[in-house]
Design a binder for this molecule. Structure first.
Ligand SMILES: O=C(O)/C=C/C(=O)CC(=O)CC(=O)O
Ligand SMILES: [Ca+2]
Ligand SMILES: [Mg+2]
Length: 400
């Protein structure tokens, strides 16, 4: 337990220690780690010789540190735990702590490539029924490989960034029209951040997942369903999703989630060898979606059909390399019940079944001024809870 005031026993005690990038006053952006309601300045800690990471913590993004690999991640984490638990370090560390209320959180890393998977069986079959009524909801390949597409890395934004309602083409009975999306939606997802790079031509096997993946963020894949429905055949998502993807500011290291692994759903038919992970484990992360402050859904990540190790193995099976800062999203997290879905497309069943929020307002898709916040928790050691923080965003009117 940490000596930092208020941290001991909280979901941000030394069992969690998520990394981020912050600014404080006029100082340039720095790497920090969250402890309780404070951020520890790791740039300052490395400059003072309290932590040794070859200078990788003295940067305005996590990429260089994440590229060092698992042995270094563990060594730095162990040292941070020492500094924050042993009262002998209190006098030198205290000046490096800033209350969270005094800092601004920034993008934690520079996003390299961004991939979005489609790995919730429930979500895929719901969307299939809504978008393609009368056809089998899952295509024949769905249970043989984790379906995904390459998204737009340059529009991945930090939590809190306003989301400008996108404009584009949508289909009407009188032909296509151009204008602001009228079916703006969310997708509650978990993002995996690659740390260690791989070489072009090499594969990352399912066993090597924890050598390459540094940590986890919460992710909202904002989606304009009207633009998407008109443009997506035959090449898949394009402008309906490329306008913005929000991520949480704190990257929770996989080492903090060691107690959250649970058996993933049994895969039938059996998968090809390169996708076989034994044990076949997923992360028991409990997500929650708040729409203008009303809790509308609690998607369970443990039920995802494809695991993050299988997704990374598939992503690289053709020899495509990964870089530090590459981000791959799980796909929308939906459970079996209506109050467990990760999109409003599913919550309102294609907009046909509106929901009433706590303030009495009625919604199908997002209106200007609406705020959506996704949070999550996981089980930590000794019955403790690990908080994954939040990703939030407010919709602002279209710019024509
Ligand atoms: O089935 C479709 O045509 C479209 C599906 C999606 O919009 C889902 C997507 O972005 C992948 C996911 O988040 O699961
Ligand atoms: Ca998505
Ligand atoms: Mg998106």
């Amino acid at each position: 337990m940490s000596w930092v005031e208020g941290a001991a026993g909280s979901s941000y005690d030394t069992h969690n220690l998520p990394y981020g990038v912050f600014t404080h006053g006029d100082a340039p952006a720095r790497i920090g780690v969250r402890i309780g309601e404070f951020v520890l300045d790791l740039d300052g800690a490395e400059a003072a010789g309290l932590i040794l990471a070859g200078g990788a913590l003295r940067a305005p993004s996590l990429n260089e540190f994440m590229a060092l690999g698992h042995a270094q991640w563990s060594a730095v984490r162990k040292r941070i735990v020492e500094l924050l638990t042993d009262p002998a370090h209190r006098a030198v560390v205290t000046p490096l702590l800033h209350p969270l209320a005094e800092v601004t959180l920034r993008m934690p890393f520079e996003v390299g490539d961004y991939v979005d998977f489609y790995s919730s069986e429930q979500h895929a079959s719901n969307v299939g029924q809504i978008f393609r009524p009368g056809e089998p909801p899952l295509l024949p390949n769905w249970k043989h490989l984790p379906i995904g597409y390459h998204g737009r890395a340059g529009t991945v934004v930090a939590s809190g960034t306003p989301i400008v309602r996108p404009c584009g083409q949508r289909s009407t009975p009188d032909g296509p029209v151009y204008g602001p999306s009228v079916r703006l939606d969310i997708e509650a997802e978990v993002g995996f951040v690659v740390g260690l790079p791989s070489a072009l031509g090499d594969r990352v096997s399912v066993e090597d997942f924890s050598e390459y993946v540094f940590g986890v963020v919460l992710l909202n894949d904002w989606s304009a369903r009207d633009l998407q429905a008109w443009e997506y055949r035959p090449l898949g998502p394009f402008l309906g999703k490329s306008f913005a993807t929000s991520i949480s500011p704190w990257v929770v290291p996989l080492d903090a989630l060691a107690h959250a692994w649970v058996p993933a759903p049994v895969q039938d038919p059996p998968v090809l060898d390169y996708l076989r992970d034994e044990p076949h484990l997923g992360l028991d992360l409990r997500l929650a979606v708040d729409w203008n402050g009303s809790r509308v859904s609690e998607p369970p990540f443990a039920g995802m059909y494809w695991t993050p190790a299988q997704q990374l193995a598939h992503l690289t099976v053709n020899g495509a390399s990964v870089r530090s800062g590459d981000l791959y999203a799980s796909g929308t997290v939906s459970g079996v019940r209506r109050d467990q879905v990760g999109s409003f497309l599913e919550l309102t069943w294609g907009g046909g079944e509106p929901v009433t929020l706590a303030d009495g307002t009625v919604r199908t898709f997002l209106e200007d001024g609406d705020t959506v916040t996704i949070t999550a928790t996981a089980a930590g050691a000794d019955g403790r809870t690990v908080s994954l923080g939040e990703v939030t965003g407010t919709v602002v009117p279209a710019r024509r």
